[in-house]
Design a protein. Structure first.
Length: 429
């Protein structure tokens, strides 16, 4: 059994790699009379909402677990070496790495030992030690344990910048099949509680700035993609509901990786990375482009197009709305043009106040013309000599995509590796 601290750290860091919901953004915890700053950060690399790369110590407190979730490498029945860190050791490691300038914050998750309440108390003790004993004011993302007492959930949000509980699977039926020790209510209830506490805290802080912040960077969750048979439409619709009803900061998608053998799991030679990629693009459209789930997917087309991004797919299904005249279109209409993102739409609106824009101006304003050229005019001019029907246009767009040198999709969406993902990060879908 590994007893050396660094041996345990290696095992627990490896056990945490499957949780992708570790982006750090949105917090502004003061660093007065302490060390670290949550405002400047968002040993894993993560990305803030504005695209900055930051470093987090991403670990489990323990890989021991009383649950037997079919998809989890740390499940009870799996034969792996079991190790644990004490709350004091977690705090000491975090401070040690921070002082060496290796990290800017902590992402702390865990397996469940003894009970949900006992495990939650250990997590809280670790972050409380960091805040009080070491005066650490850097970023902390803390996982909530489903089924934990509401008072413990409330304490967790007072110590951490962001909290999260992973929904894992899109439906009750899938959760019952692959994680029979958990219930949908035990997962959703702390998410609902956190949402209510955040809303209450915002109102209280408007009355008095002395009120302690509760989870100032909000909450997030994660969905496994491909372990069960739900369609993209079910997943995207669920995400939309989570954003609208619980005000989640992010929903993360994790392509199913067959890390353990189980008859309940699908046999997949490769993780569905392209599907994960498309879901992130659809998620971006929900949050920043004004699209709704039913616009992107319907009963007739329940899954996202693997060959084209969701925004281009929508445009091809509504070809009657195009081309859009750049000098007259509203901001909302501009956002619906493939290749025009949030930033470039804002630039277009500002720039045309000074005069009519031509096609050459759009390159300078950041429009991705390899897609936008088929859907826009400027001063009545188009880069395409003749209008194309949706079928011909689809073929041409796919040919342009396939002509690029193939690139491997990354398991970690926060590490963009191709033009489409890079466009997504910069808002130019």
């Amino acid at each position: 059994m590994a007893t050396d601290l660094m041996d345990r750290l290696k095992i627990l860091a490896d056990g945490a790699k499957y949780d992708v919901s570790c982006s750090s953004s949105g917090s502004s915890r003061s660093n007065s009379n302490g060390i670290g700053s949550a405002a400047s950060c968002g040993i894993c690399h993560s990305w803030t909402s504005d695209g900055r790369c930051v470093s987090l110590l991403k670990i489990l407190m323990t890989n021991r677990c009383i649950y037997d979730c079919a998809y989890c490498v740390n499940r009870r029945s799996n034969d792996v070496q079991r190790v644990a860190l004490s709350p004091a050791e977690v705090a000491e490691l975090t401070i040690g790495f921070y002082r060496r300038n290796y990290i800017e914050g902590l992402f702390l998750s865990t397996g469940v030992v003894r009970s949900a309440d006992y495990t939650m108390e250990l997590l809280i003790e670790a972050v409380r030690t960091l805040r009080e004993q070491y005066r650490f004011n850097g970023y902390i993302h803390l996982k909530l344990v489903p089924g934990a007492d509401p008072l413990l959930v409330q304490q967790a949000g007072l110590w951490a910048d962001r909290v999260s509980v992973n929904l894992e699977l899109p439906t009750r039926e899938s959760l019952q099949l692959l994680a029979p020790d958990k219930t949908r209510d035990s997962v959703v209830e702390p998410m609902r509680q956190v949402s209510n506490l955040i809303t209450t805290n915002r109102a209280e802080r408007k009355q008095s700035r002395k009120v302690a912040r509760f989870a100032p960077a909000g909450q997030s969750t994660q969905l496994i993609v491909g372990a069960t048979g739900e369609s993209d439409r079910q997943i995207v619709t669920l995400s939309e509901q989570l954003y609208q009803r619980l005000d989640l900061k992010r929903v993360y998608y994790s392509a199913f990786i067959p890390a353990v053998a189980d008859s309940r799991l699908p046999a997949r030679p490769e993780a569905p990375l392209k599907r994960e990629h498309r879901l992130y693009q659809a998620d971006w459209l929900l949050r920043y482009y004004g699209f709704s789930a039913h616009e992107l997917l319907d009963e007739g087309s329940p899954n996202l197009d693997s060959e084209l991004d969701p925004k281009t797919g929508w445009a091809l299904r509504h070809i009657e709305l195009f081309p859009v005249e750049i000098n007259r279109a509203s901001y909302e209409e501009l956002l619906r043009v493939p290749g025009v993102g949030v930033l470039s739409a804002q630039r277009i609106v500002r720039a045309r106040r000074q005069g009519h824009l031509g096609l050459d101006d759009l390159f300078r304003l950041g429009v991705v013309m390899k897609r936008a050229r088929y859907f826009i005019t400027a001063r009545g001019r188009s880069l395409e000599a003749a209008a194309l029907d949706s079928s011909s246009l689809r073929s041409r767009l796919i040919d342009r995509t396939m002509s690029r040198k193939p690139q491997q999709l990354s398991l970690d969406f926060s590490n963009p590796v191709d033009d489409e993902t890079r466009s997504l990060i910069t808002g130019e879908l």
